[in-house]
Write a protein that binds this ligand. Structure first.
Ligand code: E4P
Length: 214
């Protein structure tokens, strides 16, 4: 299972990468806005800091506009994946990207049937947003389970990238379902590292160590 970090903050990316657990990065317009720097500058810095795929989102709403952005983004660095909203125009752009060998991440997916369309259009990744669906009294992880089943049934190569991850249980469930990737904020990655028994056990070992004759 791969872990991407869901941020545009280079310091967070470096912190998580130094633990050896990061395979890629996802960004979105809100995350880029939060760092208050130019998109291009931030994106290039991220791409140079990580070897794996870096998702960069288009902001046009028409297929033509998305394609102009997709071509420009994909020229910047080899590891850029173009993030495209899951709309009819987005599906058109996804098919063209597939034909032009531009990698895509279909974002804002809230149903398994949307994910089916993304796979048929040739998306490289599908991003079901589990946390935002849970927020609306939906069941984000049930959607992911359906997507995994459907992709398995038909042998689609589109990778399931679980997004809008809010807590460790989303990651555990995603891993049990065989999702290819989970993209997590640094806060969730740090939660995954922690266990009270680890802290308690370490404190005891260090206390006992003080008794060892030096
Ligand atoms: C994924 O690619 C998105 O950037 C992200 O996971 C959205 O998460 P949020 O619902 O916490 O904003």
């Amino acid at each position: 299972m791969k872990f991407f970090i869901d941020t545009a903050d280079i310091n967070e990316i470096k912190e998580a990468s130094s633990m050896g657990i990061i395979d890629g990065v996802t960004t979105n317009p809100s995350l880029v806005a939060a760092v208050g720097r130019s998109f291009r500058e931030v994106l290039l810095e991220i791409c140079d800091a990580v070897d794996g795929p870096v998702s960069a989102e288009v902001t046009s709403e028409t297929c033509d506009g998305m394609m102009a952005e997709a071509r420009e983004l994909s020229e910047l660095r080899d590891n850029i994946v173009v993030k495209i909203p899951l709309t009819p125009e987005g599906l058109k752009a996804t098919r063209i990207c597939r034909d032009e060998e531009i990698k895509t991440n279909l974002t804002l997916c809230f149903s398994a049937t949307q994910a089916l369309l993304a796979a048929k259009a040739g998306a490289t990744y599908i991003s079901p947003f589990v946390g935002r669906l849970d927020d609306q009294s939906g069941d984000g992880m049930a959607m992911v389970a359906d997507i995994c089943d459907i992709y398995e049934n038909y042998g689609f190569e589109t990778q399931v990238l679980v997004a809008s991850v809010r807590h460790p249980m989303h990651v555990l469930e995603a891993a049990k379902m065989g999702a290819h990737v989970a993209t997590c904020p640094l806060s969730v990655l740090m939660q995954l590292t922690r266990h009270p028994l680890t802290d308690r056990g370490l404190a005891k070992f260090l206390k006992d160590w003080e008794k060892v004759p030096k």
